[in-house]
Design a binder for this molecule. Sequence first.
Ligand code: OAD
Length: 241
Amino acid sequence: MHEAVDPAQINLLDHESVVFFTGAGMSAESGVPTFRGPGGVWKTYDYEEYACQEAFDADPARVWEFHNYRRGIVAQCEPNRGHRLIAELEGRLKVTVVTQNIDGLHQQAGSTHVVELHGGLWRVRCDGCGHRQEGRESPFEDPRCPACGGWLRPDIVWFGDLLDMSRIRAAEDAMAECDVMVAIGTSGVVFPAAALPMVAKQAGAAMVEVNVEPTEMSALYDVHLRGPAGEMLPRLMERSG
Ligand code: OAD
């Protein structure tokens, strides 16, 4: 296990592998609303009406309206400085991004090893026949399955949905193998995602939390960088140990 870690000594460039575990705060500086903070998505929209299978079964058009609203916001957002710094690190060490975000901004910034725990806003699937498709239409006008005529649904994890086991395993493997684990912009209250950093902790990784405020999971971390991701991330690459 690591000894107590001095924040001034953490320089990602001194290490071989890093996992970034990201949440909505990662994309906040791009203009994507978070879920629980001021102006958070779940402050305005009740997930029971817009983001669960029961709501979709009862009124798919209404649920699509909500997801088209989210598509509309994300379509106008660009990756921010934090996304770009993470993508640029790939040339220098092994980088895996384990994200709870569905906005695709890590990939848009150039990250190639991204585990999307909660799915992707630009993918849709038909649970009737298994058809899948991807595209950035906004709004997505015709959510009827071209193969069977059933309803296409967003390929994202709603409340009550199970996470894809292969993604959980990929995330756990990356967590177990990394030297440094950096959680960015996540409140750490949504499980099972919130438990994944514990795998890194148990395996002896140095643990860094980047957030504008303390979280439910802060005690898990050795180093806390309090501030916006785009401002804090450069510090992890500039300090010369
Ligand atoms: P939350 O909205 O719960 O938390 C966002 C976190 O980002 C908070 O801890 C903020 O303090 C922090 N934050 C805000 N702006 C920031 C910035 N510029 N830089 C750094 N930190 C910042 O979002 P998540 O933790 O991602 O799931 O939520 C987890 C899951 O809950 C989401 O994936 C979503 C939601 O229900 C599903 O939809 C399945």
